[in-house]
Design a protein around this ligand. Structure first.
Ligand code: AHN
Ligand code: ZN
Length: 335
């Protein structure tokens, strides 16, 4: 009898465990189902990526070119700054102009204007888009009129044009994150060599990196656009970008290929340009990449670079679309 009693007790214990296990399993099942439902809700909630309008971007590039070359110290330069600032304000950005005095390699002093614009200022997660908006004062790679500026349609205006169209799209469909746009001044007044150890290029971004517009300004990552409108442009992975921000390079190149622009964004080995504005954004502690047209075969920039052929004929709406749509996809996928 005693033995039977012990057996019953044992059975009860085993049964108890079995029931407990069953309840826990059921509990887990319920949680798992809820998880799936919640996950589905999050996926459904993603704000759809708007369609980048390349006609609009093209018009923004042309509007800048129509002012004439935006060479520092000229009326065209001053008028274009107002144009860019007004456009960004009209799309709901908070805009400030950072003023500063810089000295160029030929010992001229200029009052630079970095145009700095913020969207969704209350958002903690931010990304930074940048470009330069000034025009080079010379066309040294041309055979004639080397001492006169070109139109700077691709070199300067294209990046700002894409940024302005992205700004317009942000105003129409609010993303989950904050976006800052900086149009750097006096990027393109450089010469070979250094001036007292300082680079003669990228004077606006160099100034900004040492004098941030807001103390402790930060962004999750930055994307510089430089010469992003050339016909059949190819963007390969640039060296400084890969060195400082390889995860951002991969994110952007993978995004481009996922949405069908892998023919523009080639996952090819890195190359080094001398420098560009993103170098100084990286020095300010923000991982920043450069989308810049570069011909890996010739080992040079496109043949219109720093010539009088860098005019509206050097702008192709299809390239503006490839870059603009890729960046919108990146922005609207970010949380
Ligand atoms: C140099 O040519 C040293 N760096 C490329 C920066 C640049 C000039 N981008 C446009 N123009
Ligand atoms: Zn240039």
């Amino acid at each position: 009898m005693e033995a039977l009693g012990r057996f019953k007790n044992k059975l009860n214990v085993i049964l108890g465990f079995a029931i407990a296990f069953f309840i826990v399993s059921c509990g887990n099942e319920t949680t798992k189902t809820e998880d799936v439902v919640i996950q589905q809700k999050i996926e459904v909630k993603k704000i759809p990526t708007p369609s980048f309008d390349s006609d609009s971007a093209y018009a923004y590039v042309k509007a800048q070119v129509d002012f004439g070359p935006r060479v520092p110290g000229t009326p065209a330069h001053a008028k274009c700054a107002d144009y860019i600032a007004d456009k960004l304000k009209s799309y709901g950005f908070n805009v400030m102009i950072q003023n500063g005095v810089v000295t160029t390699y030929d010992k001229k002093k200029f009052n630079l204007k970095n145009i700095i614009a913020s969207f969704n200022e209350d958002k903690q997660t931010r990304i930074l888009l940048c470009s330069h908006w000034d025009t080079r004062p010379i066309a040294e790679k041309d055979t004639k009129d080397k001492d006169k500026p070109g139109d700077g349609a691709n070199d300067g205006a294209s990046g700002v044009g894409v940024a302005l169209e992205i700004a317009r799209q942000l105003s129409l469909s609010n993303p989950e994150i904050g976006v800052d746009i900086i149009c750097f001044d006096i990027e393109d007044y450089g010469t070979s060599g250094y001036d007292e150890g300082q680079s003669t290029w990228c004077l606006g971004s160099q100034y900004w990196s040492k004098n941030l517009h807001k103390p402790n300004y930060n962004a999750k990552f930055g994307i510089l656009m430089d010469m992003v409108g050339g016909p059949d442009a190819i963007f390969v992975k640039e060296g400084i970008s890969v060195e400082y921000a390889s995860a951002v390079v991969d994110k952007v190149w993978e995004t481009a290929s996922r949405i069908g622009y892998g023919n523009y964004f080639i996952p090819q080995k890195k190359y080094f340009i001398g420098e560009d504005d993103h170098k100084y954004v990286n020095e300010a502690g923000i991982p920043c990449i450069d989308i810049i047209e570069y011909n890996q075969t010739t080992g040079a920039f496109a043949d219109y670079h720093h010539t009088h052929n860098d005019n509206m004929n050097a702008i192709d709406k299809k390239t503006l679309k490839a870059v603009g749509q890729t960046l919108l996809e990146v922005i609207y996928s970010e949380k």
